[in-house]
Unconditional design. Structure first.
Length: 208
């Protein structure tokens, strides 16, 4: 499957905001967007007036790249959201937040969502004590998300959890930092995503 392999920081600069794709680096003065807040490329400093379509597209790209999805993957999530009960935009955000790779990141088991996706693919993440190696797995209320027993005492795992303490845990999740296990307390709401996005523009984009 194709995947963007270029500099992650260019994605943040293109969207004009921190998407926290590089873990703890994003919170330090070394973050490129802190020093170069304009878009990358030869004409990055120039003023660009976006069309109506461009405004809708940038909003979709911001959300898609934050969660690290390919266009086909994102379109599939939107399709599921549009067929579900409730407001499509709100359901879309909820489904993205409930992805297993995102939950692993939110619990502090990984420095970034790409790091979390790698952990899931490597089979060290469990859901209700069963190994799940599918990053797109959707967690449900009551699920317990943890790290395989033989991996829990690895220094890198403990160091990662320690380094992301300042990030905090969203209120829809709980964490037992000693047992390295999290639990889904409720379904996430828009405010829980902590991403400044207008999801209605994305709905309008795919509805055209």
């Amino acid at each position: 499957m194709s995947r963007y392999l270029g500099p992650s920081c260019k994605i943040c600069r293109r969207e004009g905001m921190k998407l926290f794709l590089k873990g703890t680096k994003c919170t330090t003065p070394k973050c490129p967007i802190s020093r170069r807040s304009y878009a990358p490329g030869q004409h990055g400093k120039g003023r660009v007036k976006l069309s109506d379509y461009g405004i809708h597209l940038r909003e979709k790209q911001k959300l898609r790249k934050t969660y690290g999805l390919l266009e086909g993957q994102f379109r599939h999530v939107f399709r599921v959201a549009s067929k579900s009960k409730g407001v499509t935009g709100a359901v879309l955000l909820q489904l993205l937040e409930r992805r297993l790779d995102n939950v692993v990141f939110r619990l502090g088991f990984a420095l970034s969502r790409s790091h979390a996706r790698q952990q899931v693919l490597h089979g060290i993440i469990t859901v209700d004590d069963k190994k799940v190696s599918v990053p797109s797995y959707i967690v449900s209320v009551g699920n317990r998300i943890g790290i395989k027993a033989k991996e829990r005492n690895q220094k890198v795992v403990r160091d990662t959890l320690e380094s992301v303490k300042e990030r905090g845990i969203p209120s829809w999740l709980s964490l037992d930092s000693e047992g390295l296990e999290g639990r889904v307390l409720r379904l996430p709401e828009k405010e829980d995503s902590q991403i400044p996005v207008n999801e209605q523009l994305i709905v309008e984009l795919y509805s055209k």
